[in-house]
Write a protein that binds this ligand. Structure first.
Ligand code: NAD
Length: 488
């Protein structure tokens, strides 16, 4: 079995223990991963803190940090096929998707390389004639970054890129479910020329590693992507040292289609919204909210597409839907479907586990017209399962769209411009895609409302998450300070 190592203080080492990682396409172990426990976490955080205070890093100009990020971006682009292979092998995400996504990850680092020396302070027009006041934006300190198993190279880029651009140092905990791409990424990062300890990459389990890291007294900010339950633990833990947090959590995003929409585009976008990444996407458009007059036609078209999806080995470029990452995910999806059908949801297609090895799960559609409160309507699946609800009026569409505790993304298909504007204002979600779905860019902020979390990744906003302002007051008068007992 292939063996991987963790990356602490610019060196590769074994963890306190080891665990086996399984190939989701076969269900068989294929690699041995380092398991970080408290001692490894401490080493990593101490290294990140040491370099955060070291003049080699603190005196480095923002432009120079940007150049290092640019070098990293080039290295990722050069090594993209290799990184894609590891991500596909360890998480089951199809190679077609990992190849495209990793090429774009390089663009995220390029964006933050360019942004590093554009994080500006301010000069304030203060209301006292003998004072000058500047605002400096300073890095918050050591960042603990924790990511889930889906799209780890991408989800870590939107943390590491802005954090390093802002001058922070980072300890990243890769997911215990498929850490290979991040441990391989460490080898590439190591060649970029950053001072030792600026980025440390470890992997391990929630209680023995993630929890120790996110409650560590030397951590100033926790950047987390994962489920809301884990986020609650993290927020409670962050109370130890009052660390700030940015939380990118899940979603139950509505995909709203009006009868005037371009149905060819809407069907394709819905297929991409729910079946791409085998539905293991935080922005999955998992609730189709469809106008009643076109429901039957739309469902028939979707069903036909779902029937013809190519399910197969994630390593094969022709595959469109691969396995789920874990058996636990598959069992959870089956349970949610069973309970939803028992409450009146109608299975339109899918729902049956195919024979053979691996954690495969077919594209599944549940018509929930008669079961609007079924668990499949309210719970995130994190799998290729679409729940369908219908409406008559625009007001009803908006009410259904917002009837969720989440608020990450949403899709809206209509040719009516004024309606698009009204809906876009009314939808409570961090992203509204109009006549498109699943578009992302390093330039655009990304994040949620409600249980989908707080803080933003992507864009300038993300870099500001990793800074604190410092107000610097300079008195310009040579006169003695007047009455010391009066605040001026
Ligand atoms: P998860 O919350 O179980 O795990 C995420 C990470 O947290 C893992 O690295 C895990 O080891 C770690 N962790 C677990 N317990 C911890 C603890 N007590 N303290 C600190 N760390 C701990 O999530 P998952 O099941 O791996 O991933 C799926 C979830 O992630 C879904 O809800 C999905 O929607 C969400 N997600 C969100 C986004 C986004 O950008 N909004 C992107 C991808 C995934």
């Amino acid at each position: 079995m292939q063996q991987f190592q963790q990356y602490i203080d610019g060196a590769f080492s074994d963890g306190a223990a080891q665990f086996e990682s399984k190939d989701p396409a076969t269900g068989q172990p294929w690699a041995l991963m380092p398991e970080a426990r408290a001692e490894d976490v401490n080493r990593a955080v101490n290294a990140a803190e040491r370099v955060f205070l070291d003049p080699e890093w603190t005196n480095m100009t923002a432009t120079q940090r940007g150049k290092l990020l640019l070098r990293l971006s080039d290295l990722i682009a050069e090594n993209a096929p290799r990184l894609a292979e590891f991500e596909t092998r360890d998480t089951g995400k199809i190679i077609r998707e990992t190849s495209a996504q990793i090429a774009y990850v390089a663009e995220y680092y390029r964006y933050y390389a360019g942004l590093a020396d554009k994080i500006e302070g301010a000069f304030l027009p203060i209301d006292k004639p003998d004072m000058q006041v500047w605002l400096r934006r300073e890095p918050v300190g050591v960042v603990a970054a924790v990511v889930p198993w889906n799209s780890q190279l991408f989800l870590s880029a939107v943390k590491i890129g802005p954090a390093l651009a802002a001058g922070c140092t980072v300890v990243l905990k890769a997911s215990e479910e498929g850490p290979a791409p991040m441990l391989e990424f460490a080898r590439i990062f190591d060649q970029a020329g950053f001072p030792k300890g600026v980025l440390n990459i470890i992997t391990g389990f929630g209680p023995d590693c993630g929890s120790v890291l996110t409650s560590h007294p030397k951590v100033a900010h926790v950047a987390f992507t994962g489920g809301p339950e884990t986020a609650r633990h993290i927020v409670r833990n962050s109370a130890n040292n009052l660390a700030s947090t940015s939380l990118e959590l899940g979603g139950k995003s509505p995909f709203i289609v009006f009868e005037d929409a371009d149905l060819d585009s809407a069907v394709n976008a819905q297929v991409s919204g729910i079946f791409a990444a085998t539905g293991q996407s935080c922005v999955a458009g998992s609730r189709l909210v469809i106008q009643r007059s076109i429901k039957d036609e739309f469902l028939a078209r979707l069903k036909e597409k779902a029937e013809n999806v190519v399910i197969g080995s994630p390593q094969d470029m022709a595959t469109e839907v691969g396995p789920l990452c874990t058996l636990r995910q598959r069992d959870r999806a089956l349970d949610l479907i069973d309970r939803s059908v028992a409450q009146g949801a109608r299975l339109v297609i899918g729902g049956q586990v195919p024979e053979g090895a691996g954690y495969f799960f077919p594209p599944t559609i549940l018509d929930c017209t008669d079961a609007p409160d079924a668990p499949c309507v309210t719970n995130e699946f994190f799998g290729p399962v679409l729940s369908v609800l219908s409406f008559e009026t625009e007001a009803e569409a908006l009410a259904i769209a917002n009837d969720t505790q989440f608020g990450l993304a949403s899709g809206l298909f209509t040719r009516d411009l004024t309606r698009a504007h009204r809906m876009m204002r009314g939808i409570r979600a961090g992203i509204v895609w109009v006549n498109t779905y699943r578009a992302v860019s390093p330039i655009a902020p990304f994040g949620g409302f409600g249980l989908s979390g707080h803080g933003r990744e992507g864009g300038v906003e993300a870099a500001l998450e990793y800074t604190k302002t410092k107000a610097v007051w300079l008195r310009t008068s040579d006169d003695p300070i007047p009455d010391p007992f009066v605040m001026r």
